[in-house]
Write a protein that binds this ligand. Structure first.
Ligand SMILES: [Zn+2]
Length: 159
């Protein structure tokens, strides 16, 4: 009851993609321009709860959402999000995106991942696969990528 991602699908709120088992949306609190989530239509908490049949539809979903991110006018998107924000915090996040000089550049890479469990940072207990576009120059040194979820333990190549 009261699951946000079930509600978004049921009410078709700003859905950007849909296949047999998954849908996708742009995150309203983006970490990076184009930040999206691929979400199973079925309410499951864990990546491991997906059936083999659903799993087969996940890869094309990720591929197609990346295509959508790359052809979306993100400046226009966040201008719209800030004009009619979900709430004040969302407005702040979207406004930060508008300040990124690379906002309408094609992403140079992606972090694609799941916060699997509360200890890993999951706050909405309906599986969602984050697709976070990355741009050269968005952080000082991206080496280590998702390892940076543990502060100071990301870059194993630093001096
Ligand atoms: Zn749900």
């Amino acid at each position: 009851m009261g699951c946000l991602f079930c509600k978004i699908y049921k009410e078709k709120i700003d859905i950007i993609f849909e296949n047999k088992y998954f849908y996708a949306q742009f995150d309203k609190f983006p970490a990076s321009p184009g930040h999206s989530e691929v979400i199973p239509k079925r309410h499951v908490a864990s990546l491991l709860d997906l059936s083999d049949e659903e799993w087969k539809f996940l890869k094309p979903a990720i591929r197609d959402v990346i295509k959508i991110i790359e052809k979306t006018d993100l400046k226009k998107l966040y201008e719209n999000f800030t004009r009619t924000p979900l709430n004040e915090k969302s407005r702040w996040f979207c406004d930060q995106m508008l300040k990124r000089p690379y906002i309408n550049r094609k992403p140079d890479g992606y972090n694609i991942g799941v916060n699997e469990g509360e200890a890993a940072g999951r706050t909405i207990h309906h599986l969602h696969i984050h697709i976070i576009p990355r741009y050269f120059g968005d952080v000082e040194n991206p080496v280590g990528g998702v390892r940076h979820v543990i502060p100071h333990m990301g870059n194993y190549k630093s001096e």
